[in-house]
Design a protein around this ligand. Sequence first.
Ligand code: AMP
Length: 193
Amino acid sequence: MLNLILFGPPGAGKGTQSENIIAKYKLIHLSTGDLLRSEIQAGSELGLKAKTLMDQGILVPDEVVIGMIDNKLKEHRNAAGFIFDGFPRTVKQSEALDQLLASYNESISVMIALVVDDNELLARLLNRGKTSGRPDDQNEELISKRIQEYNSKTKPVADYYQEQGKFVAIDGIGEIDFIFEEINKAISKVTVK
Ligand code: AMP
C-alpha cells in the first residue's frame, strides 16, 4: 500500500495536488476538512459541534477526526492506499494514525510537505474565498487564526515524521504541474510493501 500524507498549511495547494495524486496512483482521498464539511451539510450532531470551532479557525478535538479516519480505513480495506489531506494536524493524531495503520499491518510511506510562506497563503486563501463558499476563507482575521493554529499545533507533526525518516519538503510556489512532478519524484523513492 502507498500511504501518503500531504502536509502543509491552509492554502498550500494540498487539495489541488491531491486530485493529481489520486488520478495517477488510485488512492483513496481522506480529507478531514471535507469529511467535516459533509457532516455540517448533513446537519449531524458532530457537524454542528465542529462548525462552531471551524467558524473560528480552531482545530476540532483529536478524538473527532481520529474517529472519522478510523471509520474510513475500515470502509476501504482493499484500497491501493490512502492520501491523508489535512490530517494528522497534531502529534496526538499522528500517533493515533500510526496505531490504526499498524493494526492493519500498514504504515505511512511518506509525508510530503508543501512549503508556502504566510503572505502567499493569505493572498491565496482570500482569493479562494471568492469562489469556495467557505466562510473560513473569507475573513483575514480567521485566515490568520488558521495559520496560527497550524504554526503552533500542526508544525510539530513534521518533526514527528522527520524522526521516522519519512519527511520530504517541496516548494509549493510555482506551476502546479512542476510541483506535481516534484511530488512524483518523492513518491518514486518510496518503497511500498
Ligand atoms: P481544511 O479544509 O483542512 O482547511 O480544514 C478546515 C477546518 O476543519 C480547520 O480549520 C479545522 O477547524 C477543521 N479540521 C480539519 N481537519 C482537522 C484535523 N485533522 N484536526 C482538527 N481539526 C481539523
